[in-house]
Design a protein around this ligand. Structure first.
Ligand code: GTP
Ligand code: MG
Ligand code: ZN
Length: 356
């Protein structure tokens, strides 16, 4: 049995989120490599945490080749990787172990490969401020991203100390997040912070996502019990808002859990399937099943249950608009992924025919 199995693996790996599944994916490498989790990425390599502490590694040839063909194959923060110590002192990151979950955003360009924002996350924490007003559309978009990742979402509304009725606002947000816990917190007064901490558990990984200035790094430092990452008012430079956090960073808090702080998101393209959109908008999907026509576009068709609910004031028209937009985006992405698959298949055939 592997030295890194659940029973015999160092406590440090369990603190990092090591699971029996990770042990299984690592087994083929155990003679030559050690496992480590990516804390931070830069162009030259990665900072990782392993059983014996911090590791700095450069990317091995196989990783670079795979990453050139498919960007999502490059290591991401949260990934479990295998690293090798060479006699000449070099340390290389030679493979990325299979991901349990991955938050993938649409990357610019013509390929359909998404960019892995963070990997192996258990809870996606959507952080949104109560002041200025929370952006419901942004929360829904991040919920789609979260459901598509395979991890469970959670919404944290920050800066409750700055608004007169945080509970009322919390209820409004909860209405667009069916089935998802929505908490209001204040880092300034400590209100609601214990309920947030209740979401932590040793070995569990939380990733904080949300706009710049929402308070992601402030929450990270609260979890860490010490200032680990910089926080501050968003700076203005060249007329463009500057983010305080510029790197994704994984922080291990022994006995408490793992938290990943990320830079504020400006805009995010989703890489999602219909299922993630459906899970985000369950009440609309349920109505849509009652439309007279199976292919109802919910525009002018007779017997449209969605439009009827809007007319009756049971359903917010803007939420319907956002649902359709996200649905179209998911569909667009699925078509592009299909096209890539077909192109790959065609290229493979060409190679096979070329050999004869
Ligand atoms: N009043 C109040 N201020 C807060 C709260 N949480 C965060 N802040 C302040 O909001 C500002 C932004 O907080 P950060 O934690 O740096 O925000 P961020 O989400 O990490 O921002 P980026 O790193 O740019 O993405 C800081 O000045 C914090 O002190 C809160 O609950 N109440
Ligand atoms: Mg930050
Ligand atoms: Zn309809």
């Amino acid at each position: 049995m592997s030295d890194f199995s659940q029973h015999r693996c160092p406590d440090r790996l369990l603190d990092l989120g090591w699971t029996p599944e990770t042990a299984e994916t690592f087994a083929p490498y155990e003679r030559s490599h050690q496992p480590a989790r990516v804390c931070r990425i830069d162009r030259g390599g990665a900072d990782l945490a392993g059983a014996a502490g911090a590791i700095r590694a450069t990317y091995g040839g196989d990783v670079l080749r795979a990453g050139a063909a498919d960007r999502s194959a490059m290591p991401a923060v949260g990934d479990w990787c295998v690293v090798r110590d060479w006699p000449d002192g070099r340390v290389t990151l030679d493979a990325v172990l299979e991901r349990r979950t991955a938050i993938v955003r649409d990357s610019a360009g013509t390929t359909s490969h998404g960019q892995v924002v963070v990997a192996n996350v258990d809870r996606v924490v959507i952080v949104e401020h109560l002041d200025p007003d929370p952006d419901l559309g942004r929360i829904e978009r991040l919920l789609v991203l979260a459901w598509a990742s395979g991890a469970r979402p959670l919404v944290i509304l920050t800066k409750s100390d700055l608004v007169p009725d945080p509970d009322g606002m919390r209820a409004e947000v909860a209405a667009v997040a069916p089935g998802v816990d929505v908490l209001a917190v204040s880092a300034a007064t400590g209100d609601g912070v214990e309920a947030f901490f209740a979401q932590l558990a040793p070995g569990r990984t939380l990733a904080l996502l949300g706009p710049s200035g929402a308070g992601k790094s402030t929450l990270t430092n609260l979890v860490a019990r010490t200032p680990m990452v910089a926080t501050g008012a968003t700076r203005e430079r060249d007329g463009k808002g500057r983010h305080v956090t510029t790197h994704r960073q994984l922080i291990v808090v022994p006995g408490r859990g793992v938290v990943i702080d990320t830079p504020g998101l400006r805009s995010i393209g989703i890489v999602a399937d219909d299922a993630a959109v459906a899970t985000t908008f369950p009440e609309i999907e349920e109505l849509a099943e009652q439309c007279r026509f199976r292919d109802c576009a919910h525009e002018t068709e007779p017997g449209c249950a969605v439009r009827a609910a809007v007319a009756d004031g049971e359903l917010d028209e803007q939420r319907v608009t956002r649902w359709r937009k996200l649905g179209r985006e998911a569909e667009f992405h699925a078509r592009r992924a299909d096209a890539r698959l077909r192109a790959q298949e065609a290229a493979a055939w060409k190679r096979r025919l070329g050999r004869h």
